[in-house]
Design a protein around this ligand. Structure first.
Ligand code: MHF
Ligand code: KIV
Ligand code: MG
Length: 274
């Protein structure tokens, strides 16, 4: 088992309380994205305690070049599939661009759809002090909220590209955002593409877990997009470590299948019915 968080004797799902307890124990944990039932099952059985149905689905599932185009309607069926495919992990639904920024009421309406229609256990949204009213409304309604600071991809057009955030003065702003999000009731905060020393200072300053992606080794947890981890992404960011070469492996398998169809070697008699 990769984490004592997961695999507690009960067989129940991981909860936000379990994540708080892991921080108390100083225990680090992994999080992965998932977008379908079969990969969710593999990651769940491998002991990943938290699965994120990321709006990165816009890019890795739907083929867009940013996360901006996807809607709640696009992500709901993927979230439902991940919940059905898993039995132990906490499933977090990423609120997509335009589904929460307008108002606390809009955020609650979107979060409620992910929880009622897909069975998500928590939601994630991007931003600091500008989304505090949304975080407070969700928490008041009993919705666990994961925050996300640093490189928040829904703001890519404001940033002028996918760039490291929180250097210099901006680091103090990020620290203040993180503390305010904790105060508003967020149960965890993702720190994406920020200097490692800043991520470590935020982690020691907060009681809630921090989850790093491109934020160094000092956070309480680490998250990656699963296609990056598996070596399916053609040009991954610097923070990615590929633990497999699935792109090449799938290419080999498909070429073998194609060659055997062409030659007549597949299907053999054992693959046919009499
Ligand atoms: N497959 C995938 N993996 C991700 O981690 C991911 C997505 N998609 N889509 C949504 C966002 C976008 N992300 C990105 C995308 C690009 C960089 C990138 O190219 N970063 C530069 C750093 C530039 C700098 O130094 O400021 C790099 O070279 O790593 C980083 C995060 C992270 N998220
Ligand atoms: C990379 C993670 C944190 C994310 O927000 C996503 O996959 O959409
Ligand atoms: Mg996201």
């Amino acid at each position: 088992m990769s984490s004592s968080l997961y695999g507690g004797a009960s067989g129940r799902r991981v909860t936000v309380r379990d994540l708080a307890a892991a921080k108390e124990r100083g225990e680090k944990w992994p999080m992965l994205t998932a977008y379908d039932a079969m990969t969710a099952r593999v990651f769940d059985e491998a002991g990943i305690p938290v699965l994120l149905v990321g709006d990165s689905a816009a890019m890795v599932v739907y083929g867009y070049d940013s996360t901006l185009p996807v809607s709640v309607d696009d992500l709901l069926p993927l979230t439902a599939a991940v919940v059905r495919g898993s039995s132990r992990a906490l499933v977090v639904a990423d609120l997509p661009f335009g589904s929460y920024q307008a108002s606390p009421a809009q955020a609650l309406e979107s979060a409620a759809r992910f929880m009622k229609e897909a069975g998500a256990h928590a939601v994630k949204l991007e931003g600091g002090r500008r989304v505090l009213p949304q975080v407070e409304a969700l928490v008041s309604a009993g919705v666990p909220v994961m925050a996300h600071l640093g490189l928040t991809p829904q703001s890519v057009n404001a940033f002028g590209g996918y760039r490291v955030q929180g250097r210099g003065q901006a680091g103090d702003e990020l620290m203040a955002d993180a503390k305010d999000l904790q105060q508003a009731g967020a149960f965890a905060v993702v720190l994406e593409c920020v200097p490692a020393d800043l991520a470590e200072r935020v982690t020691t300053s907060l009681a809630i877990p921090t989850i790093g992606i491109g934020a160094g080794a000092g956070t309480d947890a680490q998250v990656l997009v699963w296609q990056d981890l598996m070596g399916l992404t053609p040009k991954p960011a610097k923070f990615v470590k590929a633990y497999s070469d699935l792109g090449a492996e799938m290419g080999r398998a498909v070429r073998s299948f194609a060659a055997e169809v062409t030659s007549g070697a597949f299907p053999a008699p054992e693959h046919a019915y009499s």
